[in-house]
Write a protein that binds this ligand. Structure first.
Ligand code: MN
Length: 285
């Protein structure tokens, strides 16, 4: 049975633009090896926004060298990018955007949501691209709620939504460049959740709400347990009805050099990314 190596959390919130009030739960700045292929995760915990006619969010900015995965738990995110992609990410939907060789995009609250206001909750996860795919063509997968398969857990312990990877022989809808399992789990009070993942992969369990317990370590809302890579089985008790995101992926053993919105393998590639962006080679909206 996999053991917990560390519990990761961050009490400090910051604004991304004026629309997303997030906590960076982990970052490649200090955990690039431990969390590979995942680069960072921003958690926008439950926030109530009043009705507004303003566009709240973050305007035109670039990315290169990785993928951004936006999971909307509540509220709506509107997106537009230089590759012609765009759309509305509603509650339960996921956007999987491949920045690849370079993309310019904007992220705002959905117009209809903003008019009414209400609860907002989201996660943005950055997934690295292997060196050979960093300059792949940019792309966009709109993964709506209805195409994400759902499975009951054994013994009535809850429900799994398979965003990416495999669960019980079924594949989730997201196309990924390296092996990634991303499961959105609802787990019920007093039950035990037992899961199996491939050996040697990075595994982390982020708790959005509720509380769970791995043999001797409790994990509460806003905390993420990083598990050891050895072993294939993990198991936790549910101390309070919980919503959990399981991150599991094959480590990419390549250098990680990042600066702001670019994550590459060397300083030289970062300089090139800046030049390419400034000279308009990543496009415009
Ligand atoms: Mn962005």
């Amino acid at each position: 049975m996999k053991k917990v190596v560390t519990i990761q959390s961050n009490p400090h919130q910051h604004w991304v633009g004026d629309g997303f009030h997030v906590r960076s739960i982990f970052s490649y700045n200090d955990l690039s090896k431990e969390m590979s292929p995942f680069l960072l995760m921003d958690y926008g915990g439950h926030t109530e926004f009043p009705p507004t006619k303003k566009r709240l969010g973050v305007g035109e900015h670039p990315h290169r060298g990785f993928e951004t995965v936006t999971i909307v738990y509540d509220g709506e995110v509107e997106h537009r990018d230089s590759s012609g992609g765009g759309g509305l990410i509603r509650k339960g939907d996921v956007q999987w955007m491949t920045a690849g060789s370079g993309i310019v995009h904007e992220e705002f609250h959905g117009t209809d949501y903003a008019k009414k206001g209400g609860p907002f909750e989201m996660i943005q996860l950055w997934v690295n691209l292997p060196k050979k795919n960093k300059m792949t063509a940019p792309g966009y997968q709109a993964i709506t709620k209805d195409v994400i398969p759902e499975f009951p857990l054994a013994n009535g312990a809850g429900l799994v939504r398979v965003i990416a990877g495999h669960f019980n022989g079924t594949k989730g809808p997201a196309h990924t460049f390296s092996a990634v399992n991303l499961w959105d789990i609802t787990a019920h009070f007093e039950k035990t959740v037992e899961l199996e993942v491939p050996p040697g992969f990075t595994t982390a369990v982020f708790v959005l709400k509720g509380e769970i317990k791995f043999s001797d370590k409790n994990v509460k809302g806003g905390e993420m347990a990083i598990l050891e890579r050895d072993g294939q089985k993990l198991s936790f008790e549910v101390l309070e009805n919980a919503r959990v995101l399981l991150l599991n992926g094959e480590p990419i053993n390549e250098p990680v050099v990042g600066y702001g919105p670019f994550v590459m393998n060397s300083e030289g590639e970062i300089r090139q990314a800046m030049i390419d962006y400034e000279s308009g080679r990543m496009g415009h909206l």
